[in-house]
Unconditional design. Sequence first.
Length: 68
Amino acid sequence: MKTNVGGIDRLLRVVAGLLLIILAASGVIGGWGWLGILPLLTGLGRYCPLYTLLGFTSCPRQTHKPQR
């Protein structure tokens, strides 16, 4: 799998995922809050299958340096 989730995107996914899971576990929001597992996993794994289907990436472009 090629990484397609960049820095800020990754941070937002992890924070949002953890927040939803905490709110669901504490009973503040309903069971749908457990869907926070999805952004948490995609943030930690730095890979989003939906991005692949859409041909999108939030990773910065990598420039290849010529090797000597």
